[in-house]
Ligand binder design. Structure first.
Ligand SMILES: Nc1ncnc2c1ncn2[C@@H]1O[C@H](COP(=O)(O)OP(=O)(O)OP(=O)(O)O)[C@@H](O)[C@H]1O
Ligand SMILES: [Mg+2]
Length: 221
């Protein structure tokens, strides 16, 4: 369960304070798929980076599985991020000089999973997201955008996170591939009971998620 209470994030801009997230409260039950929509500049990415503890809120509370993320100190936060949260980005963010398998194995290495288990789980996840054995040995530059995003999803799942955060995961894909990626995320949310929060511009995709939050000028509407 993800619970956000009275979340506020202000930035000090050149022309004064900018309130990017303004007193937001919502809940997403475990295993549910939530989408966030809203115009450019409405605060979607800022909200997501707060949820992922990549940035600290000005005030308010974020609870994930009963843990108050906003109260964690840095070294605990780094562990928490690595273990409990999977990130998926618009630009895939795969490590270019590692193969698909190695990319999926990397977060497990940071989590001190044994080499054999890392390899076993990476292959299992890549099979699950539909990356064939031949493609698992390729570097990202030799995979299509949709395939790279599949690898990124496998990587996000590697440490069995309780929460997956995706910022425009289909933003660089054609609409049909985008739908396939969303269906994949949806199936995984259900089978692994993972909560997913995904930002999207595609209203037809947002309409298929369990719940949709709309942001306007940093507030939920
Ligand atoms: N580090 C920062 N410093 C100052 N202002 C920021 C910073 N990051 C974001 N903002 C401002 O906060 C507001 C929300 O930005 P955010 O990136 O969250 O929007 P978004 O909804 O993700 O937009 P897009 O759809 O274009 O990605 C914007 O007005 C932006 O200029
Ligand atoms: Mg954004």
């Amino acid at each position: 369960m993800l619970k956000v209470s009275n979340l506020v994030k202000q930035f000090n801009g050149a022309s004064g304070k900018v309130t990017a997230v303004s007193d937001i409260s919502f809940e997403v039950p475990e295993g549910q798929f939530a989408s966030i929509i809203g115009k450019s500049g409405s605060g979607k990415s800022t909200l997501l980076s707060l949820l992922g503890a990549l940035d600290k809120p000005t005030s308010g509370k974020i609870e994930v599985g009963g843990h108050d993320v906003t109260k964690m100190h840095d070294h605990r936060l780094i562990k928490y991020r690595g273990k409990e949260i999977g990130f998926v980005f618009q630009n895939y963010n795969l490590v270019p000089n590692l193969t698909a398998i190695e990319n999926v194995m990397l977060p497990m290495e940071f989590a001190h999973v044994s080499p054999n288990e890392r390899k076993r789980r990476a292959v299992e996840l890549l099979d699950q997201v539909g990356i064939t054995a031949d493609k698992q040995k390729r570097k990202p530059s030799r995979l299509s955008g949709g395939e790279q995003q599949r690898v990124a999803i496998a990587r996000a799942l590697s440490n069995k996170p309780s929460l997956i955060l995706a910022d425009e995961p289909t933003g660089n894909l054609d609409s049909q591939t985008g739908k396939m990626i969303f269906d994949l995320l949806h199936d995984l949310a259900k089978s692994e009971n993972t909560t997913i929060v995904a930002v999207t511009h595609d209203l037809s995709i947002a309409g298929k998620t369990d719940v949709t939050f709309t942001l306007k000028d940093g507030s939920l509407v």
